[in-house]
Design a protein around this ligand. Structure first.
Ligand SMILES: C[S@@+](CC[C@H](N)C(=O)[O-])C[C@H]1O[C@@H](n2cnc3c(N)ncnc32)[C@H](O)[C@@H]1O
Length: 272
C-alpha cells in the first residue's frame, strides 16, 4: 500500500522493482521462457492450466478479458476462439514481442505494470468482464497492489481467475517428495508454509541466477486479499498433475501421489 498519498496527489511513478529489490519482469528470461513455452504453450499449459482457466472464466462471445502477466500470449488464441476480446499486459518487451508475433491477430498486447493498470489502459477502468493471472501472480509483488489494480479493471459482477502452483503443497525450495519405506508411500513434505517468501528463481542455462523472484504466500493471503478488494471467491479448482506416458514406469505409489496432491490451484472471484 502506498502511504501518505493525499487525495488528488500524484502517485509515485510506476516502478517495476519489488520491495525486496530486483524487478519482477521476465525480460532476461524471455528467450529461455519462449524455448519452454513457444507458440503453443507448454504441456502444463495445454493439458492442465489453460483448460482450468477456460472452465473458470466461462467466456461468452463479445466479453472483454484482460490477461495480467501475459508473457508470450499463450492464452490469447483460446480466448479468441470463444469470440471474447483479448488484451494482454506484461512488463517484458521481449515476451511481448513473441506475443505479438505469435498471437498479434488474436488480441492486443500492452506494455505495462499490472499493479498500475490505470496507467496502462487509461480511463477504461471497470470495463473488463474478466481478468486472468495465468501462472503469473506468484511472479508479482506486492499482492495487495496487484489485486487492487485487477479489481479496478473489472466491471461490477466481473470475475477474476487466478491459476497458480498450489501454495499449500508447492512451496518453492521448501517442499518436495519423500518416500516412506515402511508404508511404501510417496508423500509430500512441506517444510514451511505460513511465512511469505521471496525466492530467487533457480539458475538457468546461460543466464544470471537469482535476478527474478517467485513469491510464496499462504492461501489466506490470496483469499483475504481478494476480499479486501471486494472480490468474493465463488469457485475453487485443485488440479492434480497428469500421468505422463513415462509414468507407466512409475510405481502405483507415485501415481497415487500425483493424483492426490494437487499441482495447481484455480480460484475464481467476482467483483461485488
Ligand atoms: C511465469 S510468466 C507467465 C506468462 C504467461 N502468463 C504464461 O502462462 O506463459 C510470468 C509473467 O509475469 C510478468 N510480470 C511479472 N510482474 C509483472 C507486473 N508487475 N506487471 C506485468 N507483468 C508482470 C513477467 O514479465 C512474465 O511474463
Amino acid at each position: 500500500m502506498e502511504k501518505g498519498n493525499k487525495k488528488g496527489a500524484k502517485r509515485a511513478p510506476p516502478s517495476t522493482s519489488t520491495s525486496n529489490g530486483g524487478s519482477t519482469s521476465w525480460e532476461h528470461l524471455a528467450q529461455w521462457y519462449d524455448g519452454w513455452v513457444g507458440e503453443e504453450g507448454s504441456k502444463h499449459h495445454r493439458r492442465l492450466a489453460i483448460p482450468t482457466v477456460l472452465e473458470l472464466l466461462d467466456l461468452q462471445p463479445g466479453e472483454k478479458v484482460i490477461d495480467l502477466g501475459a508473457g508470450s500470449g499463450v492464452l490469447a488464441p483460446f480466448v479468441h476462439a470463444t469470440r471474447a476480446i483479448y488484451t494482454g499486459v506484461d512488463l517484458s518487451p521481449s515476451l511481448l514481442g513473441y506475443a505479438r508475433r505469435y498471437h498479434g491477430s488474436q488480441g492486443r498486447f500492452l506494455a505495462g505494470d499490472s499493479r498500475y493498470l490505470d496507467r496502462v489502459i487509461g480511463p477504461e477502468g471497470g470495463s473488463f468482464d474478466a481478468g486472468v493471472f495465468l501462472l503469473s501472480i506468484q511472479d508479482m509483488n506486492p499482492l495487495e497492489e496487484v489485486l487492487k489494480s485487477a479489481a479496478w479493471a473489472l466491471r461490477t459482477g466481473g470475475r477474476l481467475v487466478i491459476l497458480m502452483t498450489h501454495p499449500c503443497f508447492r512451496v518453492p525450495r521448501q517442499s518436495g517428495w519423500g518416500w516412506d519405506e515402511g508404508r511404501k508411500l510417496r508423500f509430500r513434505r512441506v517444510d514451511r508454509y505460513l511465512t511469505a517468501l521471496a525466492v530467487p528463481l533457480k539458475p538457468y542455462q546461460g543466464g544470471k541466477a537469482g535476478v527474478s523472484r517467485s513469491f510464496h504466500r499462504p492461501l489466506e493471503d490470496y483469499i483475504n486479499g481478494l476480499g479486501n478488494c471486494g472480490l468474493l471467491v465463488d469457485c475453487f479448482r485443485e488440479v492434480p498433475g497428469y500421468s505422463l506416458p513415462q509414468a507407466k514406469l512409475d510405481s502405483k505409489a507415485d501415481q497415487t501421489a500425483r493424483e492426490e496432491i494437487p499441482l495447481f490451484l484455480g480460484i475464481r472471484a467476482r467483483k461485488l
